[in-house]
Design a protein around this ligand. Structure first.
Ligand SMILES: [Zn+2]
Ligand SMILES: [Zn+2]
Length: 438
């Protein structure tokens, strides 16, 4: 009974399209959003390459692809106890031991069909490699990161040779900044500077780029972000900094995310029972970026990474709108601040300490921030350009500070601590607060 290996031999396939996006599909037999790359067992007498061909035909209904690379070694992962069925229909396997292949899709999207004779998947889509680990079930995340890391060189090479021969992309996308000269060899990964005062890493840039480049947050990720009120403190500011640098200030994604979150906050603050409010303000889940612990620098060139990690644009944005967010700063996050509004976590802490907060006043404050943030979010829509003033831009700073905390913002600022006594640049605006404008 015990003479078979405990890991089922199989293959996994990183199928990319010409834009370097990776095919993921959602499993039919797993509840919830479990996206994965195609994979399957190797049949008796079959070579791994044969298994790739068979699996892609069976799972996504096409053989229009070309194998570009093969993993150096076999990689294994354990399947958690309750899911042993995934490892083998007859059971008894501890996990999978896989040879991974990188393949380039040569067909059109219409050639892909997951509704095959024995459908394993209910949906499929192309995603940025950086987005992939977060979409996968936790026990496959490390494997996916490792595999994408191993294939990052060949993926970059394939995309570069395709984009060199393809029609130019529309202006404003990062891809047309990419050139052969500034693509680093794969072994130079992780040696691209310190990431500035926020210590942004290459992997974080790549992960955040995966979201911002398409402007698409999947439903599951969106829900995760809402439940956690965004990100952990550092990642909240890092993601704003990266989005701001990479998209040249076009922070439409962050703006609309925080509009949703502030709506949730104003709902949570309604009611008189402070303990109940504290409970509603609590978070569940964890920071999506911490969770993914992204280490892959992705397809970004050295120049793009350097630009993305440079917080200069966020710094000038933060400084330019300082008169309108400064008075919102949480006095428990930043020592020396008086007045202000407790951030979400410190609000919960204060209520649990037995302090009585003026929730009605807090809620009015939120509705004011929300209205300004909506203006800011609208300003990214065609026809609404320029409707945002510095007080509207400040709303995103107030929103992130309230959700995640203010202390890491100080690292960014050239004008010293956040205390209200410190000088600000636009002296004329000082003292003007959000509730004095009307
Ligand atoms: Zn985090
Ligand atoms: Zn605080």
């Amino acid at each position: 009974m015990h003479n078979h290996p405990t890991y089922r031999p199989g293959v996994g396939i990183v199928l990319i399209n010409g834009a370097g996006k990776v095919l993921v599909a959602r499993r039919a037999d797993v509840k919830g959003e479990a996206w994965q790359m195609p994979q399957g067992g190797i049949n008796r007498g079959e070579s791994p390459q044969d298994a790739v061909l068979r699996e892609l035909r069976e799972e996504i209904g096409t053989d229009k692809f070309k194998i570009l690379a093969e993993s150096q070694s076999w990689r294994s992962y354990d399947v958690p106890g309750g899911l042993v069925r995934e490892a083998s229909p007859v059971g008894g396997w501890q996990g999978q031991r896989q040879k991974w292949f990188l393949a380039l899709f040569k067909g059109r999207d219409a050639d892909i069909n997951v509704a095959t004779d024995n459908p394993e998947f209910v949906a499929w889509r192309w995603v940025s490699p950086g987005e992939l680990p977060a979409l996968a079930v936790p026990f496959k995340r490390q494997l996916y990161q490792d595999v994408l890391g191993e294939f990052s060189g060949p993926i970059r090479k394939a995309v570069n040779s395709i984009s060199a021969s393809a029609a130019p992309r529309p202006p404003g996308t990062l891809s047309n900044l990419r050139s052969h000269q500034d693509v680093l060899p794969a072994d130079a990964e992780g040696e691209l500077g310190d990431g500035g005062p926020l210590a942004i890493t290459d992997g974080e840039v790549n992960f955040i780029e995966g979201f911002t480049h398409d402007g698409s947050i999947g439903a599951e990720c969106g829900l995760q972000l809402m439940r956690y009120w965004g990100y952990c403190e550092r990642h909240a500011w890092v993601s704003l900094a990266v989005e701001m640098s990479m998209l040249h200030g076009f922070c439409s994604r962050s703006a609309s995310l925080y509009v949703d979150i502030l709506q949730q906050a104003s709902t949570a603050l309604a009611g008189n029972n402070q303990r109940a409010v504290a409970k509603r303000l609590g978070e569940s889940g964890s920071c999506m970026i911490c969770n993914a612990n992204p280490t892959w620098r992705g397809l970004l060139s050295t120049a793009e990474l350097r630009e993305a990690k440079d917080p200069a644009r966020l710094r000038s944005f933060v400084e330019g709108s300082a008169p309108f967010w400064r008075s919102d700063c949480c006095p428990r996050c930043v020592s020396g601040v008086t007045g202000g509004h407790l951030c979400r976590r410190h609000m919960i802490e204060a209520i649990n300490e037995g302090m009585s907060l003026d929730l009605k006043h807090e809620r009015e404050y939120f509705l004011n921030v929300l209205a300004r943030l909506e203006n800011y979010a609208w300003s990214f829509s065609w026809g609404f350009r320029g409707i945002d003033g510095p007080e509207d831009r400040a709303a995103i700073i107030s929103a992130i500070g309230w959700c995640s905390g203010w202390s890491s913002l100080a690292a960014l600022l050239t004008f010293g601590p956040l205390s209200s006594a410190s000088p600000v640049r636009s002296v004329g605006e000082q003292g003007k607060s959000h509730d004095q404008r009307d």
